[in-house]
Design a protein around this ligand. Sequence first.
Ligand code: JHZ
Ligand code: SAH
Length: 386
Amino acid sequence: MPTANGFLTKLTQKESFFPLSVGFCPNCFMVQLLETVPPQKMFHDDYQYLSSTSQRMIKHFEGHATEIIERISGKKNPFVVELGCNDGVMLLHLAKRGIAHLGVEPSANVAKLAKAKGVKTKVVFFNAESAREIVREQGQADIICGANVFCHIEDLNSVFEGIRILLKDDGILFMEDPYMLDIINKTSFDQIYDEHVYYFSGLSVSELGKRHGLQLVEMAPQRVHGGSMRYYLKKYLPGNKMAENVVQLLEKEKASSLNTPEGYRFFKHNVDSICSNLKNTLKKFKSQGHRIVGYGATAKSTTLLNYAKIGGDLIEYICDTTPNKVNKFTPGTHIPIKPYDVFAKDSVSYALLLAWNHEDEILQKEEAYRKRGGKFILYFPEVAIE
Ligand code: JHZ
Ligand code: SAH
């Protein structure tokens, strides 16, 4: 597979490929990539993903900020650290209220956007070493949080060591990532790509926490990115209370066999069935003379398009609102990426919804396209036309 966000400027550009395979550990219940790409190859000064490209995600992170502000109310001079703050979509709400905060963000171009919003940002990879540096510079944190970032960091042991160092004894760690049970239930295999090293469940996060002296005390399902989970962990203290739903969710995960290889056995079969149905559907529409484009040049779509071998013969172009992605080509499959305006003015019959996790927002936005007969092709949990 190529690098998921490795959009090409020129077709002559050299691409690097790596073997994408996933393993399950029956001892700690972690699902993870078996081979990884060095972080510096993925997160650098030209990182392509911007958190603020979806209105729904902007609202989601405003809600996240509100929850943090409620949790620190009553604390004297609270300090909040966010890992992977990207363009500052969440921390800007804390900055506006004058709450002491720090965004830790290794991708310099997105960190620059956060800084422009008044967000204090440190351009560095979070690990035990940078955690020590933050404590020296600003002291320990009341809250450490990160959304869609923990699953990106191969050296989780160093990250958790860093959290032990940086978090106050009564502090809370919030981690939010795509949820394994949703990936299994929807067969959303396109969540599997180089940036996503880990696919967490309550079971695996609980084990990970235990090894680092942190207790999983709450879990809150989130309806973003196709189904995510926000996990709350605390340092072990006698007064800690575990929310009742943690026990229930862990039982539910066990009932789905996420703690044994059995839970993952049918996944590949389901993936292959979706891919062949989708490809046959695209071929059928094409043979009927319809034009098909893609909607949203997502990182996820790199896995879908490369695994199902869907290329420019079936998809004419992909539209995207991210300035940095337009006029580039998709990794591996080399489909041109066009600005959103091209799609808005076009008269195609079908759009493959590659940003399927933003379905509600996009279907609402594209009312005019649908009114004039334009259709969306969806593929999780099965191929459907909307
Ligand atoms: P979206 C990225 O995944 C990468 P991706 C990363 N590894 C991760 O974990 C998640 O984000 C958090 C465009 N779009 O959110 C914008 C439109 O064009 O599904 C984006 O390019 N019009 C960090 O890339 C893409 O679609 C629209 O109306 O899979 C969406 O990317 C909307 C809403 C989006 O994440
Ligand atoms: N939190 C945002 C951004 C997710 S993208 C959101 O949910 O939309 C993942 C981000 O994590 C990228 O901006 C990337 O640069 C950052 N990242 C990757 N490795 C990291 C590390 N070791 N420490 C902190 N951030 C990291």
